[in-house]
Design a protein. Sequence first.
Length: 253
Amino acid sequence: MYLLEVRDITKHFGGIRALEEVRFRVKEGSIMSIIGPNGAGKTTLFNCLTGITKTTKGNIFFLDTEITALKPHNIVRLGIARTFQNIRLFKEMSVIENVMVSQHCRTGSGLVASVLRNNVFKQEEKTIREKALEYLELSGIEDFAEVTAANLSYGSQKRLEIARVIATEPRLILLDEPTAGMNPQETLEMMGLIKNLQGLGKTIILIEHDMKVVMGISENIVVLDHGVKIAEGTPEDIRKNPLVIEAYLGKEH
């Protein structure tokens, strides 16, 4: 079953063609990587998939429902969540509070209950906290639950971002450069976390520059260059594709 289908997505910023008729499908439960040189359109693609950027043309379907024109919060409610290339945490809040906030899209208490802090609200808050601890444990940072997010190491902040994504209870997770800036040990641990998420039934698309990561965990790879899809296939297919080699290394004259 295909969870996501991207049909001829195009995005122009004035005269700049960031994406040009990009198409692919993502199988449920799989790990796909989007790769390409800097400026290839990878993050713009993520922005289109999550409603942050409106497409110039093309269509996006999630669970056979078109989401092309939906707002970001509606897309999250449907089951798509993402991280960003630059860490975006509530730095002055605790680690567990960051994760609790992310569960807002799945809560039922309204404004009145929040103000009155009635029994329904208190029970829901207790459940949210318990779930947040589970998400932190899954991400490997449960020991830092009460630590202020700003005081976490860089690698742990990356893990917290993923814990916040998991807290929205998504079926599809988009990770924008999850191992950027990490040392080799942190990178291995992050690869393990991503595989664990797959084991829980999550579908994952990642943008990644570390080819060891891409080749080590991806089942399918899409390659962009100047906004155009130049290749798609298994890691072995992509490794020996001449267009991909040229895009990364240039062409000998």
